[in-house]
Design a protein around this ligand. Structure first.
Ligand SMILES: [Zn+2]
Ligand SMILES: [Zn+2]
Length: 350
């Protein structure tokens, strides 16, 4: 297919011909050919890093468009809009949904499973595709750990009526399981009843199959992976600290949802925090410690792959309006590695 030359090209060509600059002639064919069709797809959503002897793979479940000013609480819509605009974002923001796969050498562990089909077609739900692109099959997963049972973390547990990870033990904090699966009267607060139904639909099949295991505060859930209680967003919300050869990665789940807002003002909460006050306190405490220590963090909803560190931003309150404890933070994304300098994997003698 040929298109007429744009006027600028025509003038440039005629001028160059007039000047007798024949050296430009080889450039002409590209100017008259039609553009290649646009592809408009993304690369498979995985990003791999080594952590000591462990291989960690961030897996993208895709994104969900979210109107931040409608779900952010303890702030105003105007303030949210202003904070987003500082990062050149506007509502609705495309929010990443990330999960993390840890191959310890003895166990293959998936932390969170994405949203599955709960957000409808073509909104998230790409975890299986990302997992396979990353070189693994769902049958190989030994353990699934959930940071909490919200549907954007547990929705990938089932594939229609089958357990999506048929050989995996599902592990979740005992308080989390009791809250979402328990048949007690509803707790205080205004938790949408649909969240309870979704939780049961995803987790009960594992329970029925004898594949659900609960843990308590601080338990080592898999050798090299420890659960750290971070209740607030949900009653049994758990971070996981992954550690190998002195290197540490803390997988923080939903300790933060919107970086552009909550890094600057950690006191801002979200409508689906089960206990907003506790969630904000947890975030303030965790941010302070992680920034001080320079911890490597993995978040479920920071832009994929969601791996990076927190830095303290300027003087307390320097952003104009102080956040919790007057501190604000900045996100330092992990430096990209092509993997070309990693040691080759050792072949396991089975
Ligand atoms: Zn959540
Ligand atoms: Zn979430």
């Amino acid at each position: 297919m040929h298109r007429p030359l744009p006027r600028g090209v025509f003038l440039a060509v005629s001028r160059s011909l007039t000047l007798g600059v024949l050296a430009l002639a080889p450039l002409l064919p590209s100017a008259v050919h039609a553009a290649a069709p646009q592809v408009r797809t993304q690369a498979p959503g995985f990003y791999r890093m080594m952590l000591g002897d462990f291989e960690v793979t961030a897996l993208s479940d895709g994104t969900v468009p979210l109107t931040v000013r409608e779900v952010a609480t303890h702030t105003t819509p105007e303030r949210v809009t202003e904070l987003l605009s500082r990062d050149h974002l506007e509502d609705p923001v495309e929010l990443s949904i990330n999960a993390f796969l840890v191959n310890t050498g003895t166990a293959l562990v998936l932390v969170d499973t994405g949203v599955g089909g709960f957000f409808g077609p073509d909104v998230g739900g790409r975890l299986q595709q990302s997992l396979q692109a990353a070189g693994y099959q769902p049958e190989q997963i030994d353990v699934v750990l959930l940071t909490h049972i919200h549907s954007d973390h547990s929705g990938g547990l089932m594939s229609a009526t089958r357990r999506a990870f048929p050989n995996a033990i599902l592990q979740v904090h005992a308080r989390e399981a009791a809250f979402w699966l328990g048949h007690n009267p509803r707790p205080k607060g205004t938790v949408d009843p649909k969240y309870f139904e979704e939780a049961r639909a995803m987790v009960e099949p594992y329970q029925v199959a004898g594949k659900l295991k609960t843990f308590g505060d601080g338990d080592t859930v898999v050798p090299g992976i420890r659960a750290v209680p971070t209740p607030g967003h949900t009653p049994g919300h758990s971070a996981y600290v992954v550690e190998s050869r002195g290197q540490r990665l803390a997988l923080w789940g939903d300790l933060m949802h919107f970086g552009s807002v909550q890094l600057r003002e950690p006191s801002v909460t979200v409508a689906y925090d089960v206990d907003e006050r506790a969630a904000a306190a947890q975030r303030a405490r965790a941010f302070t410690e992680a920034a001080k220590r320079g911890d490597l963090l993995g978040f479920a909803h920071m832009p994929f792959p969601g791996l990076g560190r927190l830095g303290t931003e300027g003087r307390p309150g320097a952003e104009g309006r102080p956040g919790a404890e007057g501190k604000s933070y900045r996100w330092i994304p992990i430096n990209y590695s092509s993997g070309q300098r990693w040691q080759p994997a050792k072949v396991r003698a089975d």
